[in-house]
Design a protein around this ligand. Structure first.
Ligand code: ADP
Length: 482
């Protein structure tokens, strides 16, 4: 494909500042039409080990730089990401499918983390603790956790990397990244810009690979890796946690969600409709904070469903590169099949189709925006993360019932509620067992806030002043003999 800046077209992996074609390659497909976009280096466990060694060797010099110098490099990276926003967005839409406007937004969103951690890099403070002995003081300093292995998914091919690599680099760590095999081009273009920004060889390595278990096994067992940070599915997160136990690594896990949106009778309906649509159908429903379950109070239920249907009817599904398209393809035909199976099972269990629900005439990568009513908590569409453009709606009566339904899941990432009653907003926010709650708002994410979940949605926080802590160790020094 044609890019304004041809340097961003990278199909080789990056180890110790050198681009590597590898002995094998894998195809990257465009989900809008199934065509082959590129052949990318397919590396394995041995290459991963070499990257980890390179990272460990490069890290001491990076760690010892004054923080302001690491900050300056991150600032340059931030500027380069924005200077190349259009190319990066087109690459993303080509390999991931989301509408170009969403891709542009993600490039800016990802870059915002790089800027934030360029700023935060200079604010790693310690403490001095008064001790009971007159001749001693307790000191606390924060040091980089060590070599970081990062594994990222395909749904946000840029931002999920920026959120991990930027704080790691700010803290003084070196990173070995394995991006998803569906979307390696975005990762490699980011790495190219990081090199241009002055990130030293070995500090940011990218292992492109199809054998994720082999690469993951090396990352989680190699004693030189001190931290594994992962965004992806809950089963893979659990596996990585088990594997990390053998060498007791620090971990951050951003796993699956099952977000409820609770719409109370007293909600501002315009806000609730717009917020619900944005949270449900962005990226064709393939985000971990997508509203997965719509709980609507009985008093406004009929009007809410009618207005939701009207709004969804205005959507345009198609190739994300085309002007005016609001929903692109899903990532793969397998993803479409999974979503469709959940919809069919719900219908078989008694749910009613308001719209969508049929395989798309646009082809095997597409699924129409779908609304299901009469859903029950027993259905897979309610219990499991859908990761597709399907909105299951359930009617409830009381606040207590809504809270119980919302919390009845192993996931605990994001939840949303719409109400004009201040007391209810507080009560329900506090009662929801989630890491993030949006009240009358679903666009809750930004670099300033701590993004992360509880329960089986994971641990650790990305962004905000807390995000840097995930890449720092706390060291106590007892200063005696004063
Ligand atoms: P999804 O179903 O959304 O693709 P995954 O959890 O399978 O979610 O993928 C997220 C990331 O985890 C991808 O980079 C993928 O290659 C990687 N991955 C999948 N399985 C493993 C594994 N066994 N070990 C390490 N990484 C894995």
């Amino acid at each position: 494909m044609q890019l304004q800046n041809s340097a961003l077209w990278r199909t080789q992996a990056l180890i110790n500042g050198e681009w590597l074609a590898g002995s094998r390659q894998f195809a990257v497909l465009n989900p809008a039409d199934g065509s082959v976009l590129a052949q990318v280096a397919d590396l394995g466990a041995d290459d991963t080990r070499r990257a980890i060694e390179a990272a460990a060797a490069a890290m001491p010099a990076w760690q010892q730089l004054p923080a302001v110098q690491r900050s300056n490099v991150l600032w340059r990276w931030y500027e380069l990401l924005l200077d190349n926003q259009e190319d990066l967005a087109r690459l993303m839409t080509a390999e991931q499918g989301k509408p170009l406007a969403e891709s542009r937004g993600e490039i800016a969103y990802g870059a915002s983390y790089v800027r934030w951690f360029a700023e935060e890099a200079r604010r790693v403070y310690g403490d001095i603790i008064p001790l009971p002995q007159a001749d001693r003081r307790g000191l606390v300093i924060h040091q980089p956790v060590g070599v970081v292995a990062a594994i990222t998914p395909w749904n946000f091919p840029n931002a999920m990397i920026a959120r991990k690599v930027a704080p790691a680099l700010a803290a003084g760590c070196a990173v070995v990244l394995k991006p998803a095999a569906e979307t390696p081009l975005s990762a490699l273009a980011m790495a190219e810009l990081a090199l241009q920004a002055g990130v030293p060889a070995g500090i940011f390595n990218v292992i492109t690979a199809t054998d994720a278990p082999a690469v993951g096994a090396e990352m989680t067992s190699n004693p030189q890796v001190r931290k594994v940070t992962f965004t992806g599915s809950t089963p893979v997160g659990k596996l990585l946690l088990q594997q990390c136990a053998t060498t007791v690594k620090r971990t951050s896990m951003e796993l699956g969600g099952n977000a409820p949106v609770i719409i109370f009778d007293d909600a501002d309906l315009d806000l609730a409709i717009n917020g619900t649509l944005a949270a449900k159908f962005r990226n064709a429903g393939q985000t971990c904070i997508c509203s997965n379950r719509l709980l609507v109070q009985a008093g406004i239920y009929p009007e809410f469903v009618r207005r939701l249907q009207e709004a969804v009817a205005a959507f345009r599904v198609g190739n994300g590169m085309d002007e005016g398209v609001t929903q692109g393809p899903l990532i793969s035909p397998q993803a479409v099949a999974k979503v469709h199976a959940k919809v069919q099972a719900a219908q078989a269990g008694g749910a009613q189709l308001v719209c969508g629900g049929e395989l798309s005439p646009l082809g095997e990568y597409f699924y129409p925006p779908t609304i299901l009513t009469g859903v029950t908590p027993a259905m897979a569409v309610w219990q499991e993360e859908i990761f597709g453009p399907v909105a299951p709606v359930l009617k409830f009566t009381t606040e207590a019932e809504a809270i119980a339904l919302a919390n009845d899941t192993n996931a605990g990432l994001a939840a949303y509620l719409f109400s004009r009653d201040m007391g209810r907003c507080w009560r329900v926010s506090e009662a929801l067992q989630y890491g993030m709650v949006g009240v009358n708002e679903t666009a809750i994410s930004s670099e300033q806030i701590p993004f992360g979940g509880v329960k089986e949605s994971g641990s650790g926080r990305e962004g905000s002043k807390y995000g840097l802590q995930d890449y720092l160790e706390t060291k106590y020094i007892c200063m005696g003999g004063l």
